[in-house]
Design a protein around this ligand. Structure first.
Ligand code: S3P
Length: 167
């Protein structure tokens, strides 16, 4: 595979995509793209504000548009939001334009990592219950990845090393 190929990280909230993407981008000298952060910058507000003010489907449209524009370039490490896979067009676009790595983790590890987090509107209320429900709903959604890493027992540096060894 050409080493300029984008590396695209997908996976549930709390699987470590942003941290691992940062390490990978530094190691490879690639541009780091965080799709959530890019949407926030473009919209001029945070994701919780976007969900509250304009609704989830508005956010999904903005997220999909941002993903497509980002995928026009190469040599990037792209960290996506956990729900980007909900639209099959996004999955097709990612498959055509990058090497896709899915990060997974046990539900208990995810609950621990996101506890006290107010940046994720989908976890409002009972976060633990929400995570279990969302994981069930998305059970097969990340399976199209070219490579999958279970991050439950690993540090971000270990995950990054594994990914680089398979790139
Ligand atoms: C979402 C995940 C979040 C963010 C939004 C929705 C989801 O990103 O895009 O809150 O649907 O799983 P992270 O996976 O980076 O937390």
């Amino acid at each position: 595979m050409s080493k300029s190929n984008n590396i695209i990280l997908i996976g549930m909230m709390g699987t470590g995509k942003s941290t691992v993407a940062d390490l990978l981008a530094r190691e490879l000298g690639y541009k780091l793209i965080d799709v959530d952060a890019a949407v926030e910058k473009e919209e001029g507000c945070t994701i919780p504000e976007l969900f509250t003010g304009k609704g989830e489907s508005y956010f999904r449209d903005a997220e999909s548009r941002m993903l497509c524009s980002v995928l026009e370039k190469k040599s990037q490490v792209i960290s996506t939001g956990g729900g980007v896979v909900l639209r099959s067009d996004n999955c097709d676009a990612m498959t055509k334009n990058g090497w896709i790595v899915a990060l997974t983790a046990d539900p208990a590890a995810i609950v621990q990592r996101v506890s006290g987090d107010d940046k994720r509107p989908l976890l409002a209320g009972n976060a633990e219950e929400r995570i279990h429900t969302i994981m069930k709903e998305r059970k097969d959604a990340y399976k199209f990845a070219h490579y999958t890493v279970d991050t439950t027992e690993l540090s971000a540096a270990e995950v990054s090393r594994l990914i680089l060894a398979h790139y």
